[in-house]
Design a protein around this ligand. Structure first.
Ligand code: CMC
Length: 428
C-alpha cells in the first residue's frame, strides 16, 4: 500500500499524487494544484489550527481520546508520583531524566539565578497597587529583555542555555514580587537553602520569622501541580512562544507574549474563572439552574472541555487526589461540594457527554490554590511558572528545526476589490 494521497481536481480533471508522512500531507504540496496558469495554487483553510500540525516535536505526547499525557515518553502520573518539578523541567528541556550529578548541578545552576536585578524591583513598584499579578508577571518577564541584551544571541546554544536557566529561576521571584506588590507587603529575597517550590512559598508568605519553613505537604502538592503544568504541546501560549520566537525575538520578549496568551480565560485564566463561577453559583442547590443556563448558551462551564482531550484530562484526576492531601492540612475548601456536584451532573448530562466535555486541569487546581492561601488573581501566574519550562523547551526545539521559518499564515481576503481614493468632498 503506497503512503500517498491521490487528488482529483474536478475543476480541471487533473490528478495529483502527494506523499503522506506521519499521517499528514504537506500543505505546500497542494500549491501545485491550480485551476489556471495565474491561479496562486490551492491552500487549506483552518481557522484556529484545528487540523494542522505546525511542527514536529519530541517533547510532549498527548492522546486526547485515551486521556494520555507523556513528557519525553514518561507518563504524567509516574512523573507526578516520583519526580520533582526541577527534574521534570530538565527532562522536558534536555530530553532525558538527569543522573544524580546532573540533577545536582542543574539544581545549583537554577538556585544561583533566583535573584532579580534591583532595577526590576523598581520597575515592579511602578504598577498600580491593585494591578493584576498576571499583568505584572508578563510585563516584567518582557522587561528582563532589557537587562539581558546578550539573550538576542539566539543562535548560540550556550547563550540559550543561560537564558533558560535564568528564566526558570526568576519566574517564581517575579511571581512572588507581583503578589507581594498587590497586597502591599515588602518583597522577600530568595532563600537558596529551600527547594524550588519551598523557596517560592517563602517569597510569597514569609512574614517576620527569621527562617520560613514551608509545610512539606503543601510544598510537595505545589511541586506536583507544577509537574502537571510543565508542558502541553502546541497549545495557544506555546504556539505564541514559537510564533514570536520564529521572528528571532529574544526569549524574554517571546515568553512575555506566551504569558499574555496564557492570561485569557479560555486558557490559563480558566483556573481563576472557575473559582469566580463557583462563587457565583454559591450553593449546591443552584447547580441545576446554572447547568441549565450553560446549556441555554449563557456562558460556559469553566474548567470543562478541551481542544485535544475528548475523554478525562489525566491531569484533572491527579489534581483531585492532590486536593484531598492538601485539604487534610488546610481544611476542605467549601466550594469543593459545588464543584463535585457540577461534575456529577455534567458527566450524566447528554449536552456535556455528547460534546465530550470533561473536567480539565483547571477545574480543581483553583480549589487547591485557594485552600493554600493564594488569591484568585494569582492562579494564572501559578500556571505560568511551570509552563516556562515547556515554553523554553519548545522555543529551543523550534530554533534547532531546519523545517521552521518565520511563522506567517495565509489568509483568504474578503475585503473590497481595488477602488480609487475619493477626496473628502467627493465622498458626500
Ligand atoms: N461549557 C459549555 N459548552 C462548551 C464548553 C464549556 N466549557 N466547551 C465547549 N463547549 C461546547 C461549545 O459550545 C460547542 O458546542 P456546539 O457544538 O453546540 O456549538 C462544543 O462544545 C465544542 O466547543 P468548541 O468551542 O468548538 O471547542 P474548542 O475545542 O474550540 O474549545 C475550550 C476548547 C477549552 C476553549 C472550551 O472547551 C472552553 O471554552 N472551555 C472552558 C474554558 C476552559 O476551561 N479552558 C481551559 C482549558 S484546559 C487548560 C489549558 O490548556 O489552558
Amino acid at each position: 500500500m503506497a503512503d500517498t494521497l491521490t487528488i482529483t481536481d474536478n475543476r480541471t480533471g487533473k490528478h495529483y499524487e502527494v506523499p503522506i508522512t506521519d499521517g499528514t500531507i504537506r500543505a505546500m504540496d497542494l500549491r501545485q494544484i491550480r485551476a489556471s496558469a495565474d491561479d496562486f495554487g490551492l491552500m487549506t483553510y483552518d481557522p484556529a489550527f484545528q487540523n494542522t500540525a505546525s511542527c514536529r516535536s519530541s517533547i510532549t505526547y498527548i492522546d486526547g481520546d485515551k486521556g494520555i499525557l507523556e513528557y519525553r515518553g514518561y507518563p504524567i502520573d509516574q512523573l507526578a508520583e516520583h519526580s520533582t518539578y526541577l527534574e521534570t523541567a530538565y527532562l522536558i528541556l534536555f530530553g532525558e531524566l538527569p543522573n544524580a550529578a546532573q540533577l545536582d548541578s542543574w539544581t545549583r545552576e537554577i538556585t544561583l539565578h533566583t535573584m532579580l536585578h534591583e532595577n526590576i524591583k523598581k520597575f515592579m513598584e511602578g504598577f498600580q497597587y491593585d494591578a493584576h499579578p498576571m499583568g505584572i508577571f508578563l510585563s516584567t518577564a518582557g522587561a528582563l529583555s532589557t537587562i539581558y541584551p546578550d539573550a538576542k544571541n539566539i543562535s548560540d546554544a550556550d547563550s540559550r542555555r543561560l537564558q533558560v536557566r535564568r528564566l526558570i529561576a526568576k519566574v517564581p521571584s517575579i511571581a512572588a514580587y507581583a503578589y507581594r506588590h498587590s497586597i502591599g507587603r515588602p518583597y522577600i529575597y530568595p532563600d537558596n537553602d529551600l527547594s524550588f517550590t519551598g523557596n517560592f512559598l517563602n517569597m510569597l508568605f514569609k512574614m517576620t520569622e527569621l527562617k520560613y519553613k514551608p509545610h512539606p505537604v503543601l510544598e510537595r502538592a505545589l511541586d506536583v501541580l507544577f509537574i502537571l503544568h510543565a508542558d502541553h504541546e502546541q497549545n495557544c501560549s506555546t504556539s505564541a512562544m514559537r510564533g514570536i520566537g520564529s521572528s528571532q525575538a529574544d526569549p524574554y520578549a517571546s515568553l512575555a507574549g506566551a504569558a499574555a496568551a496564557l492570561y485569557g480565560p479560555l486558557h490559563g485564566g480558566a483556573n481563576e474563572a472557575v473559582l469566580h463561577m463557583l462563587k457565583e453559583i454559591g450553593s449546591v442547590n443552584h447547580v441545576p439552574e446554572f447547568i441549565k443556563r450553560v446549556k441555554g448558551g449563557e456562558g460556559r462551564l469553566m474548567g470543562f472541555g478541551h481542544r485535544v482531550y475528548k475523554s478525562y484530562d489525566p491531569r484533572a484526576r491527579i489534581i483531585k487526589e492532590t486536593a484531598d492531601r492538601v485539604f487534610e492540612v488546610t481544611g476542605r475548601n467549601p466550594l469543593t461540594d459545588i464543584a463535585l456536584e457540577l461534575e456529577r451532573i455534567a458527566l450524566e448530562d447528554d449536552y456535556f457527554v455528547s460534546r465530550k466535555l470533561y473536567p480539565n486541569v483547571d477545574f480543581y487546581s483553583g480549589l487547591i490554590y485557594q485552600a493554600m492561601g493564594f488569591p484568585l488573581d494569582m492562579f494564572p501566574v501559578l500556571f505560568a511558572i511551570p509552563r516556562t519550562a515547556g515554553w523554553l523547551a519548545q522555543w529551543d526545539e523550534m530554533l534547532r528545526d531546519n523545517d521552521q521559518k518565520i511563522a506567517r499564515p495565509r489568509q483568504i481576503y474578503t475585503g473590497s476589490a481595488r477602488r480609487d481614493y475619493a477626496t473628502l468632498t467627493a465622498r458626500g
